[in-house]
Ligand binder design. Sequence first.
Ligand code: SF4
Ligand code: SF4
Length: 365
Amino acid sequence: MAEQRSFLPRSEFPRLLSELATVGYRCIGPRVRDGAIVYEPIKGVEDFPRGIHDRQAPGEYRLEQTAEPRFFAWANGPQALRPLTFAGRDKLWTAERGTDGSVEFTGEPPQAEPLAVIGVRACDLAALYVHDQHFMQTGHPDPWYTARRQNLFLVAVNCTHPSLNCFCASTGDGPRATYGYDLALSELDEGFLIEARSAKGERVLAGLPVREASAQQTETADRDIESAAQRQVKSVPSRNLRDVLFARLDHPRWNEVAQRCLSCTNCTLVCPTCFCHDETEVPSLDGRRSEHYREWGSCFTQSHSYIHGITIRADTRTRYRQWLTHKVGSWHDQFGRSGCVGCGRCITWCPVGIDITEELAAICR
Ligand code: SF4
Ligand code: SF4
């Protein structure tokens, strides 16, 4: 695939949306809703968060309007791609009792329309890569995830505005998108550098009024990404903390963090790599019919470790320890890498500002 970058003037950016619509995609992109940037269907470039910056700190998220022309001058919102592939709630099957007492199960086929997601960050692509392994690259691929994932067209945007909570440079997952996308954009004031990495991306790129990027534009874009990496103030002590974490299961820090943690589940619900779920049965009142659902779950709930009348992790200390030792430790056994891609969301959306990088530093010091 061609990796040479082309230049798309800002005035022609709407052509990207119309080209994606022409080849059959519904466009999903960033927009402001309820004081946060969320990925939702967009009708045109007027929906993009033009000139918006996000200010993030532990337990804090604020948007600020500036006079800048840029659409992607922010780090991230509360959700990445996870709701688009691993939905918050899916009906898996319906069971129905016949008049002769037999029970018939009917599967619910996954619904998936072709979606083009614009504005995907490098850390979100890294999270998607792990979810692909978990949901698709097993002996029993998940049909709901697979149907949605195969219908995605991903337009990445290289990050130039990391938040105070970002640390993707230290996990090796950003701020530049290097894999897993169809098209990648680097935003300049006057427009976008654009490159394709898939045959689908090449086809869309061929329909756009691009010209060759100048050396100065390429240099500016690369400098902005490099600067974004250098401006990150948080980091993980190492990319592989598996052994050190499992050697310190009795570290006093687990007790200390448990004094602050509310077991609210926020960190797991915003984390782009979490995949725990609950399964629930919703029977009809007459007992003839029941619907079976899969819903996002969290290892921070009491019910998550309830097995045969016993709650295995009855206190917050063991739940927080489970989350961190799985996410950053035993994921290496499952997926060959840490489950943390450095997006910083769990720090931002923790109501008491617990910072995963500080906890790791304290335990692994
Ligand atoms: S653990 Fe926190 S920083 Fe790491 S990927 Fe999940 S939400 Fe992002
Ligand atoms: S978001 Fe914070 S308070 Fe809530 S469960 Fe996670 S670490 Fe605990």
